[in-house]
Structure formats: structure tokens, C-alpha cells
Design a protein around this ligand. Structure first.
Ligand SMILES: Cc1cc2nc3c(=O)[nH]c(=O)nc-3n(C[C@H](O)[C@H](O)[C@H](O)COP(=O)(O)OP(=O)(O)OC[C@H]3O[C@@H](n4cnc5c(N)ncnc54)[C@H](O)[C@@H]3O)c2cc1C
Length: 411
């Protein structure tokens, strides 16, 4: 008889976990309160970030810190009333982002990133989602020569240490490659390895369809009804109660809330972000306006502007001031006369204070597993972490050493 598993959360992480468990002979039910890929995995910038070998830490640069403190620009915003509650986790996040510690953590992050293209490629092939993929990378453009020079220094170091590839375009080359640019910029750095997805939510839908073709079940329900049973785990759904031997919490930014119910206190910072689509003429490849602190990417729905970090309570009302600023900055570069949606989309990157995801078995509950906290690179890492957790659950040899990502580090 096949083993049974419940996967809670049908974002990119939960959906890939479900696929990989099904591939290993499990009978799997995937539960979400919405359709697969409707939350964070819908609203991101869609980059499979093969270049992001180093996780994004708390800024150490004094100029950016000053910008953040005084809420200048589009890069950072915060809710003043949330700071006391977030302060202990923000302090740990900042401490883990200091250069020596960050370099050590990056070695573990890079191990995951190194597998991201192969693992997405497998699922893109199986799900027939090739039409959503561009394999031509993305760019950072620099308005100032000084920021460009320091970015080139960093790119040279990453190429040396991790073998990532890039090319540099001066002001004339980038003007030719991106003819819609309205004004001159200092230049651009093109990361060549990453892939871009033209509709991230649709990619998760295709992965979910693949899971259904594998014989998996998708149900709607509230993951917070999860409870221990004599068999293992049970949850309430619109299809009635679902029981299984194992349960995986893959609820992205909502994961810590459910884990807390079972006595696990995970330090997860929800780093919020916004997006909106625009009609007009934007860049041909996704582009980070490095001095502006936002990204603009061509998507099926229009040009998607995504914002940087907002520190606030997960469910606090939207305050899209960064998007308003990003919109002004983007219109200096491109002709974007009209927004598609009346209201911006909001989501939250599930970020652990030590910048690494939580992937592994619960320390005190048999059959309970965690797969969350992939922060700024969750869309990149969904397939890798889905495979890793399925390998651990089924007792096969994992594709990489899982120790650095173990939930036990927060026990
Ligand atoms: C603006 C922005 C840009 C980004 N750009 C990129 C990028 O370019 N590349 C990249 O790799 N990453 C990017 N990210 C990060 C990435 O989007 C996330 O790390 C990733 O989507 C997290 O996936 P997940 O499956 O863990 O969470 P989610 O996609 O949020 O999935 C969690 C699921 O759990 C469900 N859920 C929650 N609570 C319950 C409940 N009680 N009951 C039932 N279901 C529940 C939700 O409905 C949701 O479907 C970006 C994020 C943001 C915000």
C-alpha cells in the first residue's frame, strides 16, 4: 500500500513538494484555501535566480540604511507601529547579514541555487510549460557610474567564487539593446544564467495540473485545522476530512503561524512587496533599476513593476507608497501611460532570520515536516526544496546535505 501525505499550501513550494512525493509513490493531497499559485508565488518578479548565490541580507550600506530610516525612495518602507514586534527578528536578520556570517551562510544558499535550473527544467518539461520561459537572463541598469562600478566588482567576485556569468553593457550598448529606454543610463549588468517566467502564477498552475495528472488530489480548506490523529495527521477540507501518515507545512509566509500551534517558534519575517502591471512600452528583458530600488519585467499581463522590502505585520492594510515612487521612477525610463489594475497586488517574502529556508522533519512530532522560509528566492527554489523534502520523507539519498536547513537549528 502506498504511503500517504498531506501537503499544506499550494504555492510553488507546496506544489513542487506534492509532485516530488507523487513521483516517489506517495498518495498525496494538496490543500490550499485558494487556487494553486494565487499568493506570493503569483505576484513575484518571475526570475529563476541562478545568479542569486548569496541571499539578500539586511542592507549594510550606510546610504541605503539612511534611505530606509527616512523612508526615501522605493527600496524600503516600514510601519512604525510594527517595529517593536519585529525588532528581535530584525536584529537577528541584521546580525546574520554582517559580512563574515553572510559569507558562511551564502555557501549553503549557493548549494540550493546551483540546482535551481535543472530542477525547474525537469518540471517545466513534464508540465509542458516551455512557452512561459525565457532563458535569456535579466539586467540591472545603473543611473550612476559609481553604483555600476561597485556592482561590477561584486559580479567579478561572484563569477570567481561561484562561476556565475554576466556581461556588461555601456551606455551606448544598453540604449541599443533596450530601445524603449527614454533616457541615458550609465550602463547595465546582464546576468546571463537566470531564466524568466512570463506569468509566475500560471507556471504554478501548470505544475498543479501535472500533479493532478500524476493522480494527486487538490482540495480547498483551512490548514489551521491540522491536528494529530491515531494514523498521523488530519485536516478539514471542502471534500471532508483528509487523513494521512505525514503532513508538510508549506504555507510560505503563513507557515510560522501554524507551526506555533504545535509549539514551534520559528523566527520568520514577512518581507512584504507590491506589484502592478502597466500598458505601454517597457524593457524587453526584466530590469532592476538599481539606483531606484525596484524591478520592471515584461509579463503576459503587461509590464510588472515589483517593489523592494516593506517591514510590517503580515496582514496589516496595504501601504503601497513604494509602488507610487517606483512608478514615477519607471516612467522616467519608459513610456508606461496606464496601469492595468485599479489596486496594487501585495504579498510577503517568507524570510527566516538566518536567511536560509527551513526544510526537514519536525523535532517533536512524528510525520510532521516543514518546507518554508525561502525568502526572496522561493520561486527559484520551489522545485529544489520539493525534491529535497520528498527525498528525506521517502528515505532516499538527498540531492544535497540537508543539515544547514534543518528545523532543529531553531529548537
Ligand atoms: C514582490 C516580490 C518579488 C519576488 N520576486 C521573486 C523572484 O523574482 N524570484 C524568486 O525566486 N522569488 C521571488 N520572490 C519570492 C517568492 O515569490 C516567494 O519566496 C515564494 O513565492 C514563496 O512560495 P511559497 O510556496 O513558500 O509561498 P506562497 O506562494 O505564498 O504559498 C503559500 C500558500 O499557502 C496558502 N495558505 C496560507 N495559509 C493558509 C491556510 N490557513 N489554509 C490553507 N492555505 C493557506 C496560500 O493561499 C498560498 O497559496 C518575490 C516575492 C515578492 C513579494
Amino acid at each position: 500500500m502506498s504511503k500517504t501525505a498531506l501537503v499544506l499550501g499550494a504555492g510553488i513550494v507546496g506544489t513542487c513538494t506534492a509532485i516530488h512525493l507523487a513521483l516517489r509513490g506517495y498518495s498525496v493531497t494538496l490543500l490550499d484555501r485558494k487556487a494553486p499559485g494565487s499568493e506570493t508565488s503569483y505576484g513575484n518578479s518571475g526570475i529563476i535566480q541562478r545568479e542569486a548565490v548569496e541571499p539578500y541580507g539586511f542592507p549594510q550600506d550606510l546610504r541605503i540604511l539612511r534611505e530606509a530610516a527616512f523612508k526615501i525612495g522605493a527600496r524600503v518602507n516600514y510601519h512604525f507601529d510594527a517595529l517593536p514586534g519585529l525588532a528581535p527578528d530584525l536584529l537577528r536578520y541584521w546580525s546574520n547579514s554582517r559580512p563574515g556570517r553572510h559569507a558562511r551562510l551564502s555557501k549553503h544558499h549557493a548549494k540550493l541555487i546551483e540546482c535551481c535550473l535543472d530542477e525547474h527544467e525537469l518540471l517545466i518539461g513534464m508540465s509542458g510549460a516551455g512557452d512561459l520561459v525565457g532563458q535569456d537572463g535579466f539586467r540591472f541598469v545603473y543611473r550612476s557610474q559609481a553604483t555600476m562600478d561597485s556592482a561590477i566588482d561584486r559580479a567579478q567576485r561572484l563569477a570567481r567564487e561561484y562561476g556565475v556569468s554576466y556581461s556588461i553593457q555601456d551606455r551606448h550598448a544598453i540604449a541599443q539593446l533596450e530601445p524603449a529606454l527614454k533616457r541615458e543610463v550609465a550602463g547595465a549588468l546582464h546576468w546571463l544564467d537566470p531564466w524568466r517566467i512570463k506569468n509566475p502564477g500560471e507556471l504554478v498552475s501548470r505544475y498543479a495540473e501535472l500533479f493532478l495528472r500524476q493522480g494527486g488530489h487538490i482540495v480547498q480548506g483551512d490548514a489551521n485545522t491540522l491536528h494529530a490523529t491515531s494514523m498521523g495527521w488530519g485536516v478539514a477540507s471542502d471534500a471532508g476530512r483528509v487523513d494521512a501518515e505525514a503532513a508538510v507545512i508549506a504555507l510560505g509566509p503563513w507557515s510560522a503561524e501554524l507551526a506555533r500551534k504545535f509549539g514551534y517558534g520559528f523566527p520568520l519575517l514577512p518581507i512584504r512587496g507590491y506589484h502592478r502591471h502597466y500598458l505601454g512600452t517597457g524593457p524587453q528583458l526584466p530590469m532592476v533599476d538599481a539606483d531606484g530600488g525596484y524591478m520592471i519585467a515584461p509579463m503576459q499581463q503587461g509590464w510588472r513593476i515589483t517593489t523592494g522590502a516593506e517591514f510590517a505585520r503580515l496582514e496589516a492594510p496595504s501601504t503601497p507608497v513604494q509602488l507610487t515612487r517606483a512608478e514615477i521612477l519607471a516612467r522616467e525610463l519608459f513610456e508606461l501611460p496606464q496601469a492595468v489594475e485599479s489596486e496594487p497586488w501585495r504579498g510577503a517574502r517568507p524570510c527566516m532570520v538566518d536567511l536560509l529556508p527551513v526544510m526537514g522533519a519536525a523535532t517533536r512530532h512524528r510525520g510532521l515536516w516543514f518546507n518554508f522560509g525561502h525568502a526572496h528566492q522561493g520561486f527559484t527554489l520551489g522545485p529544489v526544496s520539493g525534491r529535497l523534502i520528498a527525498e528525506l520523507m521517502s528515505g532516499s539519498t538527498p540531492l544535497l546535505d540537508p543539515a544547514p536547513y534543518s528545523p532543529a537549528r531553531f529548537s
